[in-house]
Design a protein around this ligand. Structure first.
Ligand SMILES: [Zn+2]
Length: 336
């Protein structure tokens, strides 16, 4: 997968920093240790002297077999003494070693010129972090979703109880998050502003992210903007980075506020394309919208609505604007 150059740079820089930090730590610990036990320094000096002498003897060409054997025995003796010393002072075996994030590639990110798995994981995480940086997922969880803001009794007796409806939706979302897999169903959260659509979709995202699956959250407006910038700046060709590919391929995509974005032929095409493409790939998407199916059809196309109706589980949110009830700031405005 091709990433933006900055993603490679960030991951390489972080890996290098981690490596340097751990190497410096191990070096310092070794210094502390040999200072505390001067014999360690002596052994190490002797060992390196032996190595030099053995090399000299080996290249001198004379009959050195016996001499090399001596060096070997002496060296083994010293190493054993060193090991015993460490054991006797009860030092943890890791104290003197360089700690690695990945022992397979020793935190270089590559094995025999090929990218190590750890590097692939780090790149993926960094790519998702970049796209999710502005998401307020941190604040939204199932625990902070409060049913007290939904009335028990409906305004008109022929309508369903908002609290009962929302309680059902909440349980459904919890179950969805718990059982989430790359083949989970698509969800369409519909309802007026301030009924908790963003909150519940982000609570799902939070749980999915904890399982290290890739989630992209964004308002349709932001996502369309990213796609448009990419398309017209040819970023993907130049740097190998492809927002569009990530948006289409991530494990869970959350499209917030469908229908609020500025509408033009590019945005309508992009919205259809993303939704359709993910249906074809069988990748789960959650859409939040204030618009009804009829309004969506008027704004986009019958084709889009029929794709959604055929492939999404619909949840109709009920109640009164929670933000107005709380009377304080709107985290969505704050975060975007
Ligand atoms: Zn590795």
């Amino acid at each position: 997968m091709g990433y933006h150059r900055e993603i490679y740079e960030t991951v390489h820089r972080n890996l290098e920093l981690f490596k340097k930090k751990e190497e410096a730590k191990a070096k310092k610990n070794n210094e502390i240790f040999s200072k505390r036990f001067p014999r360690v320094k002596e052994i190490e000096t002797q060992l390196s002297k032996i190595a030099v002498s053995a090399t000299r003897a080996a290249i001198s060409g004379s009959d050195v077999k016996k001499e090399l054997q001596n060096f070997k025995e002496k060296s083994l003796q010293l190493q054993e003494e060193l090991e015993n010393l460490k054991r006797n002072v009860n030092i943890s075996p890791d104290f003197l070693k360089v700690k690695r994030n990945c022992y397979a590639c020793e935190d270089t990110g590559y094995i025999d010129g090929k990218m190590c798995l750890c590097m692939k994981e780090l790149l993926k995480k960094e790519a998702y972090n970049r796209l999710n940086r502005l998401s307020p997922a941190f604040f939204c969880s199932f625990d902070s979703f409060d049913l007290k803001y939904y009335r028990e009794l409906p305004e008109n007796s022929d309508e369903p109880s908002p609290r009962r409806r929302m309680s059902k939706i909440l349980s459904f979302c919890k179950k969805y998050a718990k059982e989430f897999s790359k083949n989970s169903k698509n969800l369409l959260f519909q309802g007026a502003t301030g009924l908790g659509k963003t909150h519940l979709s982000l609570a799902i995202a939070k749980e999915v992210l904890q399982r290290e699956l890739g989630v992209i959250y964004g308002s349709v407006e932001n996502i369309v903007e990213k796609l448009e910038t990419e398309k017209f700046s040819n970023l993907s060709d130049k740097d190998g980075y492809n927002n569009s590919r990530h948006i289409k391929n991530c494990d869970l995509l959350i499209l917030d506020d469908l229908g609020v974005e500025f509408s033009n032929s590019f945005s309508n095409f992009a919205v259809y394309n993303v939704i359709d493409c993910r249906i074809m790939l069988g990748k789960p998407t959650i859409i939040n919208t204030n618009l009804s199916l009829e309004e969506l059809e008027r704004r986009y196309s019958e084709r889009l609505v029929s794709r959604i109706m055929g492939h999404y589980v619909k949840a109709d949110f009920l109640g009164e604007d929670i933000r107005q009830q709380k009377g304080h700031f709107n985290f969505k405005n704050h975060a975007n």
